[in-house]
Design a protein. Structure first.
Length: 138
């Protein structure tokens, strides 16, 4: 299991403030002999529908020297985790998180937007200072 990202506690707090219950920290999967750890698993009870919504969140701070290198790593993990979830728990939706400032500076670039659409990435954008969810992008 890899070390927790520097923003792990912030994202966890933001999800809890948004009404989510953290169910896994980390979310363990084993598929085809390969062990994987997605940073968080969470559930949100939707009373009106008497059902719940389940998510998994891969946390990345994007604090390295190269945002594109960080994105390459995050994208590879996202693809692997998505395939594993499709097999093991297809009702759980996977999100890649991004700090609001990084989203505004990097994720809005034309090429990155094309990758997001092509790879059908779902994003959780959070405000580091407020420790809140700023946007869910499906």
């Amino acid at each position: 299991m890899s070390a927790k990202d520097i923003t792990h506690a912030i994202v966890k707090c933001a999800l809890e403030k948004d009404g989510w219950t953290i169910t896994h920290d980390p979310y363990y999967l084993k598929v085809g002999g390969v062990e994987m750890y997605i940073d968080l698993g969470a559930e949100l009870m939707i009373a009106a529908e008497r059902d719940d919504q389940k998510i998994a969140v891969e946390i990345k701070s994007f604090l390295g020297a190269s945002s594109i290198s960080e994105f390459h790593t995050a994208l590879g993990q996202f693809i692997n985790y998505q395939l594993a979830l499709e097999e093991k728990e297809p009702t759980r939706t996977l999100y890649l998180d991004a700090p609001l400032a990084i989203y505004n500076e990097f994720f809005t670039l034309l090429f990155i937007q094309k990758v997001i659409r092509r790879m059908q990435l779902k994003l959780l954008i959070y405000d580091e200072q407020q420790e809140t969810i700023d946007a869910w992008i499906n």
